[in-house]
Ligand binder design. Structure first.
Ligand code: AHR
Length: 501
């Protein structure tokens, strides 16, 4: 039997709520249809935002939303998306599917969406094809309250009060779609562009995110920090608050990717093995960050992660629309446990993407909406937001071997909230075998407050006709004995157990 020992006297870092963040790009049916349908739509909406989608997202306590891209960010010119909608520019979204972008969702609409969601704002600026002036004016437009050309323009466009930008990304994937730059060149541009991302209101500081590496490009991380480090050796707050990292799981590699729903057991383990690779990435990039920033003032911001499969048959290849199965639930559970376990360095993460694109939490079709298995995992894990990570150790847990992949059979993370409630999230990675788990605590007497599970046959998923095939259900396969919890984890499951004194 595997054993999970929780040392609840050993408290670690606070788990930033932002680790449970999301990402919405002008890509396929994420923004248009998925979130924004316009005020005149028959689909119930508030100021153009779908009511069903907003309500569902509020239930998972979405903490922060990144917008407008992605690759789209480095082609986005914000002035195209303000003012009367009928005069906004129409253009082709060259990057994603070649469809018409009518700019009806712009800056005002983004802040309205975040207001409805009650979440923090993460705006990604354009370094690849935009100027310093354009970026600087955007920040002025959004956040300056006094008299100035951009603040006046915002007021003319109907918004008197300055908004709050919580996070601002200085470019996106500047090693690729954001300009194909070399790291030292981008690092110099970062120094320059960030200078003009001004915090106008000291009560509302803007946290700046520097564009980080693709997957295992450790050279990028090292060079960017090297070039910026001499400028601000202490990484004084206001120069660089975060460094991003992007990593996607492509089961069969970048070229083939693989089907979202049609896969064999080997591919199940390959996918989960690739999800587990996030741990190595976080640790190796962190080790480089530690050399320049031993006090961990700069957060690692994994602002794009998730599964990336071949698109659903018959859909626009540029729309990146894919189904979401129990396999995705496991990828989410594994990855979120890794982020929790590294809460001292990982300060934000944004699942790609929120609705209808890649590993979405929600899928829509007309006026219908369905919650994916990934959604239910985010709902279970929401209890970790803002809680304190506890030291935990898994022993007597076997390794599952499949082809070149060796996977732990179970992964975990454990946190304690302000009320002393302990949340344990564990995953059984086996596609076939039930696992028994003994859970013990170093101190205190606890009882189970609540427990839930997301599980199913490995290909199981929700459709518009059968939206409740994979849902979060009450979990009762446990007993308490001598202060320990004995749980039986079904194959392919994500389980949450909450303990209270
Ligand atoms: O999320 C889809 C795309 O993946 C983003 O636009 C880009 O940043 C990344 O390559």
């Amino acid at each position: 039997m595997a054993k999970l020992h929780i040392n609840n006297s050993k408290k670690k870092a606070v788990i930033a709520p932002e680790i449970y963040g999301h990402f919405s790009e002008h890509l396929g049916r994420c923004i248009y249809e998925g979130i924004y349908v316009g005020e005149d739509s028959d689909i119930p909406n508030v100021n153009g935002m779908r009511k069903d989608v907003v309500e569902a997202l509020k239930e998972i306590q979405i903490p922060v939303l990144r917008w407008p891209g992605g690759c789209f960010a480095d082609e986005y010119h914000w002035k195209d998306g303000i003012g009367p909608k009928e005069t906004r520019k129409k253009m082709i979204n060259t990057h994603w599917g070649g469809v018409v972008e009518d700019n009806s969702f712009g800056t005002h609409e983004f802040f309205e969406l975040c207001r409805q969601l009650g979440c923090k704002t993460y705006i990604n600026g354009n370094v690849g094809s935009g100027t310093v002036q354009e970026m600087s004016e955007w920040v002025e437009y959004m956040t300056f309250q006094g008299v100035s050309p951009m603040a006046d323009l915002r007021k003319e466009n109907g918004h008197e009060d300055a908004w709050k930008i919580d996070y601002f990304g200085v470019g996106n994937e500047n090693w690729g779609c954001g300009g194909n730059m070399r790291p030292s060149y981008y690092a110099d541009l970062y120094r320059r562009y960030q200078t003009y991302v001004r915090t106008y209101d000291a009560q509302k500081p803007i946290k700046k995110i520097c564009g980080g590496a693709n997957v295992a490009d450790y050279e990028w991380t090292k060079t960017v920090l090297d070039v910026t480090h001499d400028h601000a050796p202490d990484f004084v707050h206001g120069f660089m608050d975060g460094l991003s990292l992007h990593y996607y799981v492509h089961p069969e590699g970048w070229d083939i990717k693989g089907s979202a729903t049609d896969f064999d057991e080997k591919c199940w383990y390959k996918t989960l093995g690739k999800a587990l690779y996030m741990q190595e990435l976080v640790e190796r990039h962190s080790a480089i960050m530690d050399q320049y920033d031993p006090e961990k003032k700069i957060g690692m911001v994994v602002d794009e992660w998730g599964t990336w499969y071949t698109v659903e048959p018959g859909t626009n290849p540029g729309f990146l629309y894919q189904q979401n199965t129990v396999r995705d639930a496991l990828v989410a559970g594994i990855t979120l446990n890794i982020f929790n376990q590294h809460a001292d360095r990982v300060k934000m993460a944004n699942l790609a993407q929120m609705v209808n694109v890649l590993q979405s939490v929600l899928l829509t079709e007309g006026d219908k909406m369905v919650k994916t298995p990934t959604y239910h995992v985010f709902h279970m894990y929401r209890h970790h937001q803002g809680a304190t990570l506890l030291s935990s150790e898994l022993t007597d847990s076997d390794v599952i071997s499949s082809e070149e992949w060796n996977l732990p059979e179970i992964t975990d993370s454990v946190s304690e909230n302000e009320d002393g409630i302990i949340t344990i999230t564990v995953n059984n990675l086996s596609a076939t075998d039930t696992k028994d788990l003994e859970i013990s605590l170093a101190e205190g007497e606890y009882h189970v407050l609540e427990a839930s599970i997301v599980t199913g046959e490995i290909h199981a998923h929700n459709t518009f006709d059968a939206p409740e095939t994979v849902v979060e259900k009450a979990f009762d396969r446990y007993r308490m004995e001598n202060g320990k919890v004995y749980a039986t984890l079904p194959a392919a499951s994500v389980v949450m157990i909450r303990l209270q004194k």
